[in-house]
Design a protein around this ligand. Structure first.
Ligand code: ES4
Ligand code: ZN
Length: 327
């Protein structure tokens, strides 16, 4: 089909991208060497071989170990700039980048260092690539709500450098309700709020993210299909679901792309779009997600392509003025 070539060039937004998940093995080894950090794998090839995951947790263990090579602002800048170049090559005009402050502060890296580096990468990409970029720090849900509240407090001096907060990491056993007060505090600061829900966790966690946290978008959300009342609610309220097909296959949410529920989500009239999640770990950036989905899923055609791309721009937290230049 000629569709993928057209899709590649069309303007689009990426709304579910963990910047630490864009750290390619080559850069990881370069930073490890420069910072005198010993990785658990001898080289790029053996590290890549370890990227065979059985579930979310088996990925997270390797992903947090990989992030340990990030020490200086220049390290964060290099990672961010590398992602932005890949994004621009895929026709991305707008990206909202997740990062995990606690992964770094727990290792003794100052939040100011993390932000200095990421913002330097962002400024360069805005200037040299014309991208529109913003940052969304996420709370780690395997840690306590008290730690999330401390993180939010640490972010207060950087309020103007972020547009929202999210919730990520191990989903099962950590329902959204656990973070109700942290999210209420974030909303009181005027921040946008999103949360991972219904990736490995049940549809009830999607309800809880909406009702207990007040989120504006659901990250993943693919398990909503298990609850018809929830599907009706998501459709009526036009709540965006930031779907990540290659991630879902790598983490065994679906056995293969041919079995992914994306066509059904679209048929149900839901506000879905494609995202790469952790592209360095899951086998491809946004363009690759689009290509592989349109190859594997014959139910997808031009109509669905248009909706996915339009939804991505519409569901973004960009200003209406910016959205109008893209849509
Ligand atoms: C993540 Cl795929 C996914 N799910 C939950 N938390 C995450 N952090 C980075 N990638
Ligand atoms: Zn994610």
């Amino acid at each position: 089909s000629a569709l993928p070539a057209l899709l590649q060039a069309a303007p689009k937004a990426e709304l579910h991208l963990h910047i630490e998940g864009s750290l390619e093995p080559e850069l990881m080894f370069e930073l490890a060497q420069r910072n005198h950090i010993q990785l658990s794998y001898p080289d790029v090839a053996s590290l890549r071989q370890a990227y065979a995951f059985s579930n979310l947790q088996s990925f997270l263990d390797i992903y947090y170990a990989g992030a340990s090579v990030l020490i200086t602002a220049a390290d964060f800048e290099a990672m961010c700039w590398a992602y932005c170049q890949r994004a621009a090559a895929d026709g991305i005009v707008r990206a909202e980048l997740f990062f995990d402050p606690q992964t770094h502060t727990e290792r003794g890296i100052a939040l100011a260092t993390v932000l200095e580096g990421l913002l330097a990468g962002i400024k360069r990409a805005e200037r040299e690539l014309g991208l529109s970029l913003d940052l969304i720090p996420c709370f780690l849900r395997h840690l306590s709500e008290a730690e999330a509240l401390q993180t939010l407090q640490a972010l207060e001096p950087f309020r103007e450098q972020i547009i929202g907060v999210g919730l990520d990491s191990s989903e099962r056993g950590h329902p959204p309700l656990k973070f109700a007060r942290a999210f209420a505090a974030a909303r009181a600061m005027g921040l946008h709020v999103v949360a991972h829900a219904g990736e490995e966790g049940p549809a009830a966690y999607i309800w809880s993210a909406l009702e207990d946290l007040g989120v504006e978008r659901i990250d993943h959300g693919v398990r909503c299909l298990e609850d018809p009342d929830l599907v009706a609610h998501l459709r009526q309220q036009r709540i965006p679901l930031t779907v990540c097909p290659l991630s879902n296959v790598k983490l065994r949410v679906f056995d293969k792309l041919q079995e992914h529920c994306l066509p059904r989500l679209l048929d149900e009239g839901l506000m879905v779009m494609l995202n790469s999640d952790d592209p360095a770990y899951f086998g491809g950036y946004l363009g690759e997600n689009l290509r592989q989905c349109f190859d594997a899923l014959p139910q997808l055609g031009a109509e669905q392509a248009y909706r996915l791309l339009r939804n991505s721009l519409e569901a973004s937290f960009a200003t209406d003025a910016d959205k109008h230049t893209w849509i």
